[in-house]
Design a protein around this ligand. Sequence first.
Ligand SMILES: NC(=O)c1ccc[n+]([C@@H]2O[C@H](COP(=O)([O-])OP(=O)(O)OC[C@H]3O[C@@H](n4cnc5c(N)ncnc54)[C@H](OP(=O)(O)O)[C@@H]3O)[C@@H](O)[C@H]2O)c1
Length: 251
Amino acid sequence: MRVAILTGASSGMGFAVAQRMAREGYVLVVGSRDPSLAVKQLQAMGAKVVGVAGDLAEAATAEALVREAERLGRVDALLLNHGGPPVKPVLEVTEEEWRRYFELMVLGPLRLLRLCVPLFRRSGGGRVVAITSFTVKSPYPGIVLSNSLRAALVNALKTAALELGPEGILVNAVAPGYIFTERIAEWNRAHAEREGVSPEEVARRTTEGIPLRRYGRPEEVAEVIAFLLSERNGYITGQQILVDGGLVVAG
Ligand SMILES: NC(=O)c1ccc[n+]([C@@H]2O[C@H](COP(=O)([O-])OP(=O)(O)OC[C@H]3O[C@@H](n4cnc5c(N)ncnc54)[C@H](OP(=O)(O)O)[C@@H]3O)[C@@H](O)[C@H]2O)c1
């Protein structure tokens, strides 16, 4: 039996990873503030899954996720994911927001990693992946919280990869480009309303800047993450892999 703890796994890319890993036979511990619907959907696929409700910024959430894995006897894979921070220019982010999103996007994932390491050691190794963003490589105006806090996490994870590599714990990040999830659909609808154009026009303008000329699909990101989280990944660690249709290379 192999066990994966997957946070931010009730929708979008995280849920696609959960579906992919359920098909590979992993027992899943699925976290989000409300994972109940996702748990039902995964069970309907025949997956063995436990849901843990809680905010990743809070220590109690990480402790509850690890407790479930301990009950199952082991952990082999860890996905670090959550929703995106608010869209705000650098001068408008309050100190309270900096603290709140540091706790969610840096401290929360690192705390969970730390709590998982003793279980990885018992299993003789482990695989960790964080979902970040292409904007870590190519910062975008208006999203300073994402640009900077994800960069902090990526460098902390690279450090962890160097320190934990000798124990067979492989740590990577996957940076998505524009991936069509419900969040992007909402974003397009909001922009369309503001600009007096159709959501399709907003989508067209975005995708014309992507070399592959389309949004990515959550399953395409999940495929890469599931590989990195599995023992099929034997020799990739300390990397941030872009799944962005060529966006950053072209920029
Ligand atoms: N989609 C894109 O094009 C794109 C591009 C670059 C980067 N990203 C980033 O990649 C990540 C995943 O994106 P997505 O589009 O798949 O997002 P999504 O569909 O909004 O999924 C986010 C997941 O995180 C959970 N979550 C949100 N806040 C949380 C919190 N405080 N604590 C614990 N869980 C929390 C959500 O469930 P609950 O609501 O139940 O908590 C959900 O399961 C996000 O950080 C996003 O900013 C996305």
